[in-house]
Design a protein around this ligand. Structure first.
Ligand code: HH2
Length: 279
């Protein structure tokens, strides 16, 4: 049985690992671009993610890969419309990966209960207000710059401290917009304006981020830094590196893992959870 939204939002207290399966309904995503742009293929993939044990299905109508061009709300809604209502019937909690309030509002009407905002409410601050009613959760992610430009020589003095301060500030902004702290999840944004040493420092420093008192989400799945570390050029062959990153972060206090390959990550986390429980 997939976890409920309340169980997901309590995962940092219970230590229950949460798996978020990625469903990109885009023609151009970096690792699975175009495969699920057809609505029937998308719903089939959502079913597979649910069968493999996803607690959340994160539907992305816009690619955020480095260099990606932005698309407007109408096109995002047109991509979600034939897919979202069917996915909402499958059982897992539905999340929508968007930075735009009209898209988020549409997604909530169609059954989504998590708003995964890679801009953490900076692009469209009205989005944060949608979590006011207490039925919707927010993912607030760190990104340096914009997807189009973010990999152009990002610089930090102390990446963990800077990302933590940013996330604390965005948690404050969410609360000011009326979103309860207990409805917020934070994410260091692996690969979003970060070079390899920045990504590694953030993965190692997950405990520091977890001290902010809300669940930490990690999106390391298939990302380029795994290729840099292993020499594996093909994103769909980076499953083992993804598993390693998830386990290391779980050990350090992250509980929510956004991944393309649900089954292997689910299995690895079940073992890690059992071992953690006997410590
Ligand atoms: N990464 C991607 C997209 N959305 N959301 C969160 N919260 N955290 C992440 O790390 C994250 C995210 C990029 O990966 P993917 O969805 O595979 O590719 P694309 O953005 O090209 O669709």
């Amino acid at each position: 049985m997939p976890l409920t939204l309340d169980e997901i939002l309590n995962s940092h207290r219970t230590g229950r690992p949460v798996v978020m399966g990625v469903l990109n309904v885009t023609p151009d995503s970096f690792s699975d671009g175009g495969r699920f742009a057809d609505p029937r293929a998308a719903v089939e993939q959502a079913r597979r993610l649910a069968d493999e044990g996803a607690d959340i299905i994160d539907i992305g109508p816009e690619s955020t890969r480095p260099g990606a061009e932005r698309i407007g709300p109408d096109e995002q809604i047109a991509r979600l419309a034939p897919v979202l209502p069917e996915v909402a019937r499958l059982g897992p909690v539905v999340s929508v990966d968007t930075t735009l309030e009209p898209v988020a509002r549409f997604a909530i009407e169609q059954g989504a209960t998590i708003l995964n905002d890679v801009s953490a409410g900076r692009e469209d601050p009205r989005l944060l207000e949608l979590a006011r009613n207490g039925h919707v959760a927010l993912v607030l992610m760190h990104m340096l710059g914009q997807p189009r430009t973010m990999q152009r020589d990002p610089q930090y003095e102390n990446v963990v401290a800077e990302v933590k301060a940013f996330l604390a500030d965005r948690l404050g902004a969410a609360q000011q917009a009326g979103a309860p702290l207990g409805r917020c999840i934070i994410d260091p944004g692996i690969g979003f304006g970060k070079k390899l040493p920045h990504n590694l420092a953030l993965l190692a420093g997950v405990g520091e981020l977890a001290s902010l008192g809300v669940p930490v989400l990690i999106g390391a799945s298939r990302k380029r830094f795994l290729g840099e570390l292993t020499g594996q050029d093909r994103p769909d062959q980076r499953t083992w590196g993804t598993v390693a990153a998830c386990l290391e972060c779980y050990r350090r206090g992250a509980t929510i893992f956004r991944v393309h390959d649900v089954a292997p990550v689910r299995q690895a986390l079940a073992v890690a959870q059992a071992i953690a429980g006997t410590r």
